[in-house]
Design a protein around this ligand. Structure first.
Ligand SMILES: [Zn+2]
Length: 259
């Protein structure tokens, strides 16, 4: 399936009530991959929104076009948080520009903080933190970072609507978000759906072994996802289908990994 034929190609589509997805074309060497980001209308009565992931650096202007087209239908909206599933370049590409353009927006990250390095000023006081990505480092003011800690997930402001769940071990540094009203979970790269011949089946693909994560952590992630309750649909960040994966398909796949 060609990425450009996806209904949400380069624009936000409401895939479930108050849950929107846009998919961009990620050029990965000779390959073209889908990379999806999500917008949640987290407080519809107050027009408050959350963005999950920011796609790759080559798609910055397309992402901003998609955002402005989308929000033209929601005047006086507030985009309050950028949530990161993990720190790879293809999910963090627009962070700097988003932080510039939205003065009040905050960046939400999951523990571990290993990819954050402190940047000290001349007086020895820590005033910024740097988010290290594959592309390099992004400097972020410390007061614009919200760190979700293991065991203290409920401290996240919108925990009751969008629940942070640590899926992967520290190696993948990955946090997933369960949208409670729709039972949809956004899992970043904990799971991918890149099989062009079998779009409905989850697959373990090359990038897991070519990035800083290991195949065993990926298998563990998939098993962890399969054990979650209150999940109906799993949305990977790299997904050749519009509709995500049913939790039953993920569970069936997880069963094959146990052998
Ligand atoms: Zn990725």
């Amino acid at each position: 399936m060609s990425i450009s034929t996806l209904q949400d190609y380069e624009k936000f589509i409401e895939i479930f009530p108050n849950l929107y997805r846009a998919t961009f074309n990620l050029q990965f060497g000779p390959l073209n991959w889908p990379v999806s980001i999500f917008l949640i209308n987290i407080e519809p009565s107050n027009n408050v929104w959350i963005l999950i992931d920011t796609a790759d650096p080559d798609n910055i202007s397309k992402l901003f076009t998609a955002l402005s087209q989308h929000f033209s239908k929601f005047p006086n909206y507030q985009l309050k948080y950028i949530l990161l599933t993990h720190d790879h370049f293809d999910h963090t590409g627009s962070i700097s520009r988003l932080l510039d353009e939205y003065e009040d927006i905050k960046l939400v990250l999951g523990e571990p903080e290993s990819f954050l390095t402190n940047n000290k000023n001349v007086n020895g006081k820590i005033h910024t933190q740097q988010l290290a990505t594959v592309e390099g480092k992004i400097t972020v003011d410390k007061d614009r970072i919200v760190m979700i800690k293991r065991g203290k997930e409920e401290e996240f402001e919108f925990f009751n609507v969008l629940k942070p769940i640590f899926i992967a071990d520290s190696n993948l540094g990955s946090i997933s978000y369960l949208h409670i009203p729709t039972n949809c979970i956004m899992v970043g790269d904990s799971l991918m759906n890149l099989s062009t011949s079998q779009c409905s089946k989850p697959v373990i693909t090359l990038p897991f072994t070519s990035t800083n994560s290991h195949l065993n952590s990926v298998k563990e992630s998939i098993k962890n996802i399969s054990r979650l309750e209150d999940v109906k649909i799993v949305f990977p960040a790299h997904d050749h289908s519009q509709n995500g994966l049913s939790i039953n398909d993920v569970r069936a796949f997880a069963d094959t990994l146990k052998k």
